[in-house]
Write a protein that binds this ligand. Structure first.
Ligand SMILES: NC(=O)c1ccc[n+]([C@@H]2O[C@H](COP(=O)([O-])OP(=O)(O)OC[C@H]3O[C@@H](n4cnc5c(N)ncnc54)[C@H](O)[C@@H]3O)[C@@H](O)[C@H]2O)c1
Length: 375
């Protein structure tokens, strides 16, 4: 199927099963809140993002979009967005995609990972109406800028609201990641030994869905409180340096090299490595690729490496967040927080907001919940 019609099918399906998106588009079309503005977006260019952007453009304005990560960019989506008049910059590396969006001096920004926020601050350009940040990683980066006194525009933090962590981080990633695992490996979870590194909402969802699929789950977290919570959730807490024999390891920590090259060298033969965190550096895939004595591409997005110490491991999705790379799992949690992003952008425009981190007003989440509840 040609990629453009594949995307059209996806959009038609999403429009049918998720009428909240259409309701959002209708209200934006009636209000035209973006008229006269340049809106910059930095997003994973998946078909889900295409459905969001299609509704956003009904609200007027010029849209300039960067790909958050080349590994999660769907070429058909780039084509589709250009067809509907959106400027899209897929880039070849992370910074390449954001540079032209910064050059467009957006008045309002929607960001994942605060990549556009950081790039705008570095260029001395400010989004005058502010920025909406979706991810935990982005919130951490935004706070680092605030600590240096560089945050002189409002940033609406939707990551720390009630909805995103409870639904998208936990249920969306948990479900999507394991469906991608099964698609790529053909393996069933039942009876498998799974290690999850990082027990925040994402890790808890990944662990919980693995357990419900029949896996035996051990949890590593540098915070003993999180390990204790993991035990009460029915998992086996283990210390970070404990020698166990997992068959699958998932990183969900937000930390660079949470699974280092040395850690990888201690894993059993053919352990499957998956990342669920925002960045592609939680597993040291770069170090592994540099040091490996053999590299075999054994399937789409499935690479088997021979570690310099002799054993093999298999990396899925190149160490980028697997559920996103595979656009996997049910769409609903992602689309739900996309509507929160859209309402957040409209809210920033309604009146001037204070500079710095802005907490999500409860009324916005209540509006989103009403949009998504059937009655
Ligand atoms: N894949 C996706 O679709 C998706 C969706 C939402 C969030 N994310 C990303 O997932 C990551 C986790 O998100 P969260 O909301 O659960 O974050 P969180 O901060 O609530 O939890 C992270 C946990 O990891 C632990 N940790 C940190 N460094 C560690 C290390 N080196 N070793 C062991 N444990 C460590 C922390 O103590 C914490 O308990 C972030 O990068 C976030 O941006 C991904």
């Amino acid at each position: 199927m040609p990629s453009a019609s594949r995307v059209q099918y996806e959009l038609a399906r999403i429009q049918t099963f998720f009428p909240a998106l259409t309701a959002l588009g209708n209200s934006l079309a009636a209000e035209r809140p973006f008229d006269g503005l340049t809106v910059g977006l930095n997003m994973h260019l998946t078909t889900l993002t295409a459905t969001l952007v299609r509704e956003l453009v009904l609200g007027g304005g010029r849209f300039v979009v960067a790909a958050a990560n080349p590994a999660t960019t769907d070429g058909g989506v780039v084509e589709y967005l250009r067809d509907i008049g959106v400027e899209v910059h897929p880039g070849t590396g992370r910074s390449d995609a954001q540079t032209p969006v910064v050059a467009a001096s957006p008045d309002l920004v929607g960001d994942v990972g605060f990549a556009l926020g950081d790039a705008m601050i570095a260029a001395g350009i400010r989004p005058r109406h502010g920025l909406v940040e979706i991810t935990g990683t982005g919130v951490a980066r935004m706070r680092a800028q605030a600590a240096h006194g560089a945050l002189d525009f409002p940033v609406l933090n939707i990551n720390d609201g009630r909805l995103k962590k409870a639904i998208e981080n936990r249920h969306g990633v948990g479900e999507g990641l394991w469906s991608a695992f099964t698609t790529l490996t053909g393996q069933h979870l039942a009876g498998r030994r799974v290690r999850v590194i990082g027990y925040g909402r994402v890790g808890a969802g990944v662990a919980g869905y693995a357990k419900s699929g029949g896996a035996v789950v051990e949890v590593v977290d540098r915070d003993p409180v999180r390990r204790l919570i993991a035990r009460f959730d029915g998992h086996v807490p283990v210390a970070p340096d404990a020698a166990t024999n997992p068959q699958v390891v998932v990183t969900a920590s937000g930390a660079r090299n949470a699974l280092s090259l040395a850690d990888i060298g201690r894993l059993p033969e053919d352990t499957v490595l998956i990342n669920a965190g925002h960045n592609a550096d939680e597993i040291d895939v770069t170090g592994l690729a540099d040091e490996a004595t053999e590299v075999d591409h054994i399937g789409p997005r499935v690479v088997r490496y021979r570690h310099p110490k002799g054993g093999h491991v298999v990396v899925l999705g190149g160490g980028s967040p697997l559920n996103i790379v595979m656009n996997a799992g049910s769409n609903e949690p992602v689309l739900l927080h996309f509507t929160l992003l859209a309402l957040g952008m409209r809210w920033l425009l309604a009146e001037p907001r204070p500079n710095g981190e802005v907490r999500l007003p409860p009324s916005l989440e209540q509006d989103v919940a009403r949009l998504w509840l059937p009655t």
